[in-house]
Write a protein that binds this ligand. Structure first.
Ligand SMILES: *[C@@H]1O[C@H](CO)[C@@H](O)[C@H](O)[C@H]1NC(C)=O
Ligand SMILES: *[C@@H]1O[C@H](CO)[C@@H](O)[C@H](O)[C@H]1NC(C)=O
Ligand SMILES: *[C@@H]1O[C@H](CO)[C@@H](O)[C@H](O)[C@H]1NC(C)=O
Length: 971
């Protein structure tokens, strides 16, 4: 306050007429300047800044003040340096508060109406409320009679000079005030008119008895006066200074319960930059942070990058070394930055809430707006025990876009956090990529490196829906919802559900996941070595071999909750207690024992073993209780799971996959073939191996072995049925032989081909005969008879569909096989391919339609629609593998049969999609229906004759070729 007194010119004054006996001067408000004299400027520009150097002559000292005023913003500031101290006062007329900062450190907030200094800053004068220092001064000078003295020069500047006599009642001061303003012809810095150049006061302070108590004389020089303010943030309190009780322009934003960000720690005293990534989820009670230890130290002695995943559901912490890939599971340490002691127990830990993670509490006060890293921020500061903490939130007027998650924007983004200690050292945390969504469940909390395969169960849940269009957008939401449901259903910490994946086909959604084992019990307890609790034990176990076993006994205790235990390896005694360490008396020394106390508090949910959890989940799925709602604007679906299986290759311990589904092969369990290795692949599931064999083009893959120990898929061109003696037993491998009979429908005890001209002797089995038929080049082999007793195989040109009844003979020792066409197609029920029909035929079965598609010569038949209600068969060149080329519609009675294999069993490769410019004349005829479809649009309906058709040997049955609009019977 004294300081302000020194700077009288910078303040507003309380003035009244003096009644002192021998005043230093006399105030005469009636004194007026003569009409030709200039008047003392009454108003300064609405915005200005200036430096004032004050010579306090009577005290022999200099003060320097920088004054800033912005009447439109309702803000004023003065920084004063005196005696090597810096004082700042900022007056905020918007909140009627003033902030007083000493030496850029301590800030006191005052109510303007009760602030002594604010008196000096212009309050308490009714209409003068918004006056400030120089400005107020001028008004008083005018009101109390300014006298024009004349022109003179100050510091070489041409000036006008005025004088008035003022009286400051509260201090009984009477003094003259001389004001010098630039002459109106003088060019100022920014060409402002008439700016102050000097003020001088000279006067006396009187004792109550009227005697002179004190004389004073000050000269104030105004320099660098500008009618603008250079620093737009000059009215903000300085960084690192908290102003408790400061009224806020905006209340501090609340952080969401989950977020992730990258942090750059600037350790100024250590001259060090540290990068960390953080994933935080208060709902899941999980935190992960990735860091590199600054130096090798206990307990990992490494500088490899580490991930630490802390599970506050169990108290276990997983540390994964990203170079070695190994993992250690240990209890969450009580010193960790993300943990806080619970209020009820000084011992147990809990996860800091979203605010606590940044130490945000009600001591944080708004500290104005300030840019950092070029970003305008709202700053909130807290000043506690000499330490200032500040958090910078993105200003409301800015928006942030992040590149993670569903939310496009991130509101209330923290940009920076800083801690300034009393010695002025600072820790700065630059926060990047701040996103307030659930961290990516796919990989954020991946603890799978911490578990061996025996501790994992993988499974697949199927949902019978065509949901590709929804999943394309909401796959992650679907995944997250599945994870949450699994966690709830299986009573699993979310961290135990890993490697979730979502896939979909035309008719199914598949969700895959892996459940990892329980956290080790010992990792849920903090250890005090060489100490022991001396309170009452609830339970004692003898002959316990290790602390781990003792921890298991404690953790799995169901008769009450075991919260701590002592273990003495020497005596092998394990003592359990329901108390927490801090609840009991002091620990006593026990050099050969250790004390362990539970990391977390509250009711202990006993963890569920993976196998049990899987059973519960399985029950949930089969009872129809696994429902996944996907609700977003424009989407409101609920998907009910229909099926769950752990028979997936990802699951190393679930036993062998069901091989029956690989129906193009016959399996020979625990068999192998010597010298059998045209191609060896690894990392495939058995069904994938089968698919590879069928798709193999370099050689003709006839069989493969799948070895469950190595996961090897060994393919061969040998068909072992031709060399039955090469088959040997195997412990770990199964043999799969191409099953050619699966391509044929068997008519047992029947022959049709006794007159066949292609007869093979010494054929071991029907499969070998089927292979001969499939591979036969002499004619188009459509059927065969196999008679096992005489090892004879007859190949035939005609299909049983095409034969007159009379030619079908009963022969109990033989079987007839006719080509099976529909098996070469994958059926997609209740769907049709829109407007792509190349040929439409009525009155066929699906099998006959398939045959027609396979035998079609006019065009490449890649698929057909078959409609059961109308026995309608529509052949098409459209292949559903050509994404984007076909449009699929729903249909009550029809199904799409999408071609998968050639008759040889090779994978069918659809022709490239036709482009209208490339129609050949032949294709044109075949594509007649396609042309009609186009023709129909312009109302032309044509009847097409399929010339080629009449040249073909007619099947016995009559076939009607039609399209939707025209019918032509061809008998
Ligand atoms: C300041 O003090 C006045 C008078 O005591 C009171 O009416 C006003 O509400 C106070 N304002 C603030 C900002 O505390
Ligand atoms: C990984 O293995 C190394 C070598 O055995 C060991 O020193 C280190 O502590 C382990 N790290 C973790 C995180 O388990
Ligand atoms: C943290 O745990 C260690 C033992 O693990 C113990 O010595 C220390 O006193 C604990 N600190 C607090 C604050 O509880």
């Amino acid at each position: 306050m004294k300081v302000w007194y020194l700077l009288l010119v910078g303040v507003a004054l309380l003035v009244r007429q003096s009644e002192a006996v021998q005043p230093f001067c006399t105030t005469n408000p009636s004194v007026t300047v003569s009409p030709n004299d200039p008047r003392l400027p009454a108003f300064l520009p609405p915005q200005f800044q200036t430096v004032i150097e004050g010579s306090i002559i009577n005290s022999g000292m200099t003060v320097v003040a920088k004054e800033y005023s912005d009447s439109a913003a309702g803000m004023a500031r003065m920084d004063m340096t005196i005696n090597n101290q810096v004082y700042t006062a900022i007056v905020n007329y918007n909140t009627n508060q003033s902030y007083h900062i000493n030496n850029n450190a301590k800030c006191t907030v005052m109510n303007i109406s009760t602030d002594d200094d604010a008196v000096l800053l212009g309050n308490g004068f009714g209409s003068m409320k918004h006056g400030f220092s120089t400005q107020s001064m001028l008004r008083f000078a005018q009101r109390y009679g300014e006298q024009y003295i004349g022109k003179t020069t100050v510091r070489g500047i041409k000036v006008d000079h005025w004088r008035s006599c003022l009286n400051w009642t509260s201090f009984s001061d009477i003094f003259t005030l001389d004001y010098y303003f630039t002459d109106s012809n003088w060019t100022t810095l920014d060409t402002s008119l008439q700016i102050p150049v000097r003020a001088e006061i000279k006067g006396e302070q009187y004792a109550p008895n009227g005697s002179v108590y004190y004389s004073f004389h000050h000269i104030y020089e105004y320099v660098s006066f500008l009618a603008s303010i250079e620093d737009p943030y000059i009215f903000e309190t300085p960084p690192g200074v908290g102003c408790p009780n400061r009224k806020s322009g905006r209340s501090m934003p609340k952080l969401k319960p989950q977020y992730q960000y990258r942090e750059e720690v600037v350790d100024q005293s250590g001259a060090m930059l540290i990068q960390t990534d953080i994933w935080y989820d208060y709902g899941y009670k999980l935190v992960r942070y990735d860091y590199r230890p600054v130096e090798p130290g206990y307990p990992f002695w490494t500088q490899n990058p580490l991930s630490r995943i802390q599970d506050y559901n169990t108290g276990a912490s997983y540390v994964i070394d990203h170079v070695f890939g190994n993992c250690t599971i240990e209890p969450i340490a009580n010193s960790t930055w993300d943990a806080i002691h619970t209020a009820s127990s000084k011992q147990a830990l809990t996860l800091r809430n979203p605010e606590q993670l940044f130490y945000l509490d009600n001591t944080f006060a708004y500290a104005g707006q300030r840019p950092t890293r070029g970003i305008l921020c709202d700053v909130y500061a807290s000043f506690k025990n000499g330490t200032t903490m500040e958090i910078y939130f993105l200003s409301k007027d800015w928006t942030a876009t992040d590149n993670t998650g569903i939310d496009p924007t991130t509101p209330d983004v923290p940009v920076q956090f800083s801690i300034t200690y009393s010695d002025n050292t600072q820790m700065l945390y630059n926060l990047y990529d701040f996103d307030q969504e659930h961290p990516n469940i796919l990989n954020a909390f991946d603890i799978t490196p911490c578990y061996s395969d025996e501790d994992k169960i993988s499974f697949r849940i199927s949902f019978p829906y065509n949901a590709g269009s929804v999943l394309k957008v909401y796959k992650r939401a679907f995944q997250a919802t599945c994870l949450e449901l699994l966690s709830k259903l299986g009573q699993l910490s979310p961290v135990r559900i890993q490697k979730t994946e979502v896939h979909w086909t035309f008719d199914h959604i598949y969700f895959l996941a892996t459940i990892v084992g329980m956290a080790p019990s010992i990792a849920k307890f903090q250890k005090w070595s060489g100490l022991m609790a001396n309170y009452q034990d609830d339970m004692n176990y003898q002959q316990i071999g290790s602390a781990t076993t003792c921890a298991d006994l404690c953790d799995q205790q169901t008769r009450g909750t075991c919260n701590s235990f002592d273990y003495c390896p020497k005596s092998q005694v394990c003592s359990l207690s329901g108390l927490y360490t801090s609840d009991g008396k002091k620990l006593s020394n026990a050099p050969t024992c250790s004390h362990f106390s539970r990391v977390l508090t509250g009711p202990v949910d006993h963890e569920v073993a993976s196998g049990d959890a899987y059973k519960v989940i399985k029950d949930g799925v089969y009872r129809g209780g696994f429902l996944i709602p996907i609700k977003f604007p424009g989407v409101n679906e609920v998907y009910r799971a229909s099926d769950i299986t752990d028979k997936i290759i990802r699951n190393p311990v679930a036993g062998k996959p069901v091989v029956k589904s690989i129906h193009h092969f016959t399996d020979h369990i625990n068999k192998q073939v010597r010298g059998f290795d045209d191609l060896i692949l690894t990392g495939l599931a058995v069904d994938e191996c089968a698919a590879e064999c069928q798709a193999e083009v370099v050689f003709d893959c006839q069989s493969f072995e799948f070895c469950y120990d190595t996961g090897n898929c060994i393919m061969s061109h040998i068909h072992p049925d031709e060399h039955p003696d090469s088959i040997i037993s195997s412990q770990t491998c199964d043999l799969f032989v191409r099953d050619y009979t699966s391509k044929y429908t068997q008519l047992p005890g029947t022959t049709t081909l006794s007159k066949s001209d292609s007869i093979y002797q010494s054929i071991n089995n029907a499969n070998q005969c089927a292979k001969l038929c499939t591979d036969y080049n002499g004619f188009n082999c459509k059927s065969f008879d196999y008679c096992p007793d005489i090892h004879t195989c007859f190949l035939g040109r005609t299909h049983v569909f095409d034969l007159p009844k009379a030619q079908i003979n009963v022969q109990p020792t033989c079987n007839h096989y006719s080509r099976n066409y529909a098996d070469d197609f994958k059926k997609i029920t209740n769907k049709v391919i829109r407007l792509q029909d190349n040929r439409i035929v009525f009155g066929l079965s699906a099998e006959q339609c398939a045959k027609m598609c396979v035998e079609e010569e006019m065009f490449q038949c890649s698929s057909f629609d078959y409609c059961g209600n109308s026995s309608e068969c529509r052949l098409s060149t459209a292949a559903m593998s050509r994404v984007g080329q076909v449009t699929v519609d729903s249909s009550a009675f029809c199904s799409i049969y999408n071609r998968q294999y050639y008759p040889s069993g090779k994978v069918y490769v659809p022709p490239p999609p036709p482009t209208s410019a490339k129609y050949t004349p032949g294709a044109m005829a075949g594509l007649g229906i396609g042309a009609i479809v186009i023709g129909l649009i312009i109302g032309v309906i044509g009847v097409l004759a399929f010339s080629k058709f009449t040249n073909r040997p007619l099947d016995e049955m009559a076939v009607a070729f039609t399209n939707k609009y025209t019918v032509s019977t061809d008998e």
